[in-house]
Design a protein around this ligand. Structure first.
Ligand SMILES: Nc1ncnc2c1ncn2[C@@H]1O[C@H](COP(=O)(O)OP(=O)(O)OP(=O)(O)O)[C@@H](O)[C@H]1O
Ligand SMILES: [Mg+2]
Length: 335
């Protein structure tokens, strides 16, 4: 019965899960689950579970079931996905949804199969898998079906990916299992080294988001955060500036440049000239770091621009890919 099957595009990210249907975003929440430790029962999920981090009693555990874009905790992932599918589709006994789920470029067949199985286990009748940068390219309407160079740089929470797409397929790509969480690590390490203070990951992330940048900014911002003195173990505040965060992030940013350069080196010159004309699309939460477009444009020698929907384009593209699955079939992965 056409029209009755729900078609969902799912971006199962390390940090955030996004579900799209048609042109709508049905759900956008942290990929975080609170479980009762000994029963493996889910008590909270998404933002509510994320807000519990660091504040739970022994009996409850906060789990991030996706690590570096792949499943780290299978049971928890399947439970979460099943819950979310029922939440957006209702009880799905009759019309089970069709799902297109993103996986990182370079995921192994074992990692891909786990995502496929989690989708089936979550109640889907058909599960397709799409490399995340290809989904993102579709989600930002790049003309990927034409013989032309379309470059995507995806900076996620746990994996950075760069791909050049032409004729509905990936021509050259690479991924490194590091992302925004490693940016947070770098800020934590900087504060420890420079001020002898230990700060938590969420504090480092706040510094990155509220005052951070890839390059020095005209407007210097500052933020006071609390940490614990490395020697006395007593709480102590510290004020950081935008320049501090810029300095803390330089090494991680250099890694992004290296990854993109590696991909450009593998890309045929015919496609490079298109990329120089049209620029590379920057997607993922990392695209929101102040000045990162300028930084990458300067470092790579090609124009790099931030898309309008960096956090949702992979899910939006995944939905589009369901309708295009014949044209894309060589690029989709079977579980
Ligand atoms: N304004 C901002 N500046 C810098 N980083 C940001 C900003 N907003 C979000 N981020 C970072 O973006 C990351 C999350 O991005 P995103 O939701 O695209 O990742 P994901 O898809 O869950 O992960 P992955 O693709 O690696 O599996 C987090 O590390 C977060 O700190
Ligand atoms: Mg992602």
């Amino acid at each position: 019965m056409p029209g009755l099957t729900r078609e969902l595009g799912i971006d199962l990210g390390t940090t955030n899960t996004v579900i799209a249907e048609g042109s709508q975003i049905l759900l956008q929440e942290p990929t975080t689950v609170a479980i009762v430790s000994d029963e493996y029962k889910m008590v909270e999920w998404g933002q509510a579970a994320q807000d519990m981090e660091g504040k739970v009693p022994e009996t409850i555990e906060i789990v991030h079931p996706m690590q570096h874009g792949v499943i780290a905790e299978y049971e928890v992932t399947e439970t979460l996905l099943g819950y979310l599918a029922r939440k957006v589709c209702g009880q799905m006994r009759v019309f089970r949804p069709r799902m297109m789920i993103t996986i990182p470029y370079g995921a192994t067949s074992v990692e891909a199969r786990a995502v496929h199985e989690a989708g089936i286990g979550a109640g889907s009748r058909e599960v397709y898998l799409i490399p995340a940068p290809l989904a993102a390219a579709l989600g930002v309407d790049l003309p990927i079906s034409t013989p032309s160079g379309n470059m995507v740089i995806s900076l996620g929470g746990g994996v950075n990916q760069v791909a050049v797409v032409s004729l509905n397929g990936i021509v050259s790509a690479d991924a490194s299992r590091t992302g925004g969480l490693a940016f947070d690590d770098a800020i934590q390490a900087y504060v420890r080294k420079r001020f002898g203070l230990i700060i938590a990951q969420p504090t480092a992330e706040q510094l990155k988001i509220k005052i951070g940048a890839a390059i020095p900014q005209d407007e210097q911002m500052s933020l006071e955060v609390q940490g614990v003195d490395q020697i006395t173990s007593l709480p102590r505040p510290v004020v950081l500036t935008t320049d501090d965060v810029v300095e803390a992030l330089q090494e991680s940013l250099t890694e992004v440049v290296k990854l993109a350069k590696k991909v450009l080196e593998k890309t045929p010159p015919e496609l490079i000239s298109d990329i120089i004309d049209r620029g590379a699309a920057l997607v993922g939460g990392g695209a929101l770091l102040r000045g990162i477009d300028k930084y990458l444009t300067r470092s790579l020698g090609i124009p790099v621009y931030i898309v309008d929907n960096p956090l949702t384009c992979a899910a939006e593209g995944a939905v589009k890919a369901l309708a295009l699955r014949d044209a894309l079939k060589r690029s989709l992965l079977a579980g």
